[in-house]
Design a protein around this ligand. Structure first.
Ligand SMILES: Cc1cc2nc3c(=O)[nH]c(=O)nc-3n(C[C@H](O)[C@H](O)[C@H](O)COP(=O)(O)OP(=O)(O)OC[C@H]3O[C@@H](n4cnc5c(N)ncnc54)[C@H](O)[C@@H]3O)c2cc1C
Length: 430
């Protein structure tokens, strides 16, 4: 054990510790009541871990995470507007560990749902009584001809924050004034439904100051999008003539890309741009697919009452990876589903029947640093018109901010967006 004594390591493991590259050792010492393993320590996973531990400290809680630090996607569009830097969106696991949660930095390769073990790239085999699966998203690399993981190193998606965000920012900064930025928006369902349209606004905010003759064109697989009326009114007001949206009905669905020529091809036409940002169609994180937790949709079906997988026992899936039904794939919903799953897991492990959950969403999108619009809603498990289990909005609770709201209202929403961020991150990493 380099640089760490065995005694010190046992202290860390006992109190919850960072266990990179070590065989699973968290149950050394007194026998825990049960072992809960969380695959993916992002927004959903970190919050689920905290709640399980807080609700029943006698449960041994372990996060298995691929990276030593987590960069939030939310607010990564703010980086493109030079309002935040990536460092300020990046969080370590020190506070998670201080709460008595074990953190293993080692990508999970599969969840052996029969043997109830999480297997890792580093060769670890981590047993569990319940596992909470929170790996976020992956991309359908075969959906747009010419766009695969290698092409994304040249033409970024920037839909996982970090180096991809930097690559997109550098390309926009290097573009000449008068250039065209093309954003390719994916079909539903995908991570952060308002995200591509907030991105257009915040790139426009940068361009208006630095390259005012430039344009942004959004090629969309869809015929409509989240908060559409509010976004289009905001673009027209703050960036007149700068942002164009081409819906699916007008040929916006991109089928092929020539990365070298920076050219997009739809069924009807081809489009050249100076900077391309392709956000491909998505699925649940690869580890969920490899573990047999996804259905034909590419997402993980769950019982909406306790978020238990319908395909494997003692497995719960939260956040973006689950079949969302009416829930948007948002950070706030990742937090909400994390809490629902944490309560359900603790109830199951203590022989109690989980209660009836509700899910909450609030999501702000900036038009400029001083103007924000929002959507919020409350949801519950129920049955849809076809008699199938579904998550449904409660009454008229799903609403967007009022059209035509004045500047002071939108400025207040922009301030709320900043405190929303701090609160959300604090729940998992604070
Ligand atoms: C540009 C953009 C803007 C956004 N803005 C907002 C916003 O304003 N409001 C909002 O609510 N949401 C927003 N979102 C959406 C939000 O980021 C996601 O919905 C949220 O991060 C989902 O949380 P999650 O825990 O499911 O997944 P993630 O946050 O992606 O966490 C998944 C974690 O799992 C880890 N992981 C993956 N595979 C493995 C593996 N095999 N082994 C171990 N670990 C693994 C990853 O490293 C990661 O840490 C935005 C997204 C984007 C892209």
């Amino acid at each position: 054990m380099a640089n760490i004594s065995r005694r010190k390591f046992i202290q860390m493991a006992g109190a919850g510790g960072l266990l990179a590259g070590f065989p699973y050792a968290a149950s050394w010492g007194s026998q825990p009541k049960a072992r809960v393993v969380i695959v993916g320590g992002g927004t959903g996973g970190a919050i689920a871990a905290r709640y399980v531990k807080a609700l029943d400290p006698s449960i041994d809680v372990t996060i298995v995470e691929a990276n030593p630090r987590y960069t939030t996607c939310f607010m990564s569009n703010w980086v493109l507007a030079e309002m935040r830097d990536l460092d300020s969106l990046t969080h370590g696991y020190e506070n998670v560990i201080a709460r008595g949660i074990n953190v293993i930095i080692d990508p999970a390769t599969t969840i052996d749902t029969e043997g109830q073990k999480v297997l890792t790239q580093g060769g670890q085999s981590i047993p569990y009584d319940r596992v909470i699966v929170a790996p976020g998203i992956d991309f359908q690399w075969d959906a747009i001809e010419g766009y695969d993981a290698a092409a994304a190193e040249i033409v970024p998606h920037a839909w996982k924050a970090g180096p991809q965000t930097e690559l997109l920012q550098n390309q926009i900064r290097a573009m000449d004034d008068g250039g065209v930025v093309a954003i390719v928006a994916p079909p539903n369902p995908f991570r952060c439904p308002p995200g591509p349209y907030e991105r257009a606004a915040l790139i426009a905010y940068y361009l208006r100051r630095h390259k005012p003759k430039s344009k942004i064109v959004i090629y969309d697989a869809k015929d409509a999008f989240s908060k559409q009326g509010l976004f289009q009114a905001g673009w027209a007001r703050h960036y007149p003539g700068m942002i164009e949206w081409v819906g699916g009905f007008a040929g916006g669905k991109i089928e092929r890309v020539d990365v070298a020529a920076r050219t997009l091809y739809s069924e009807f036409d081809d489009f050249e741009a100076d900077v391309l940002n392709i956000i491909p169609p998505q699925t649940a994180g690869r580890v969920a697919i490899n573990s047999g937790l996804t259905d034909a949709s590419g997402w993980c079906p769950v019982d909406f009452r306790d978020l238990q997988s319908t395909l494997a026992r003692n497995v719960h899936v939260i956040g973006d990876a689950m079949v969302s039904s009416a829930l948007p794939k948002s950070g706030y919903i990742a937090a909400s589903t994390a809490k629902v799953a944490a309560v359900a897991v603790v109830d199951h492990l203590n022989g109690r029947e989980p209660g009836t959950p509700a899910f909450f969403n609030t999501c702000y999108s900036l038009l400029t640093p001083q103007h924000s619009i929002s959507v919020s809603g409350v949801y519950e498990a129920g049955t849809n018109a076809e008699g199938q289990p579904a998550i449904l909005p409660v009454g008229n609770s799903v609403a967007v901010s009022p059209a035509g709201a004045d500047d002071s209202f939108q400025a207040r929403e922009a301030r709320y967006a900043a405190s929303w961020y701090d609160n959300l991150v604090d729940q998992g990493f604070g």
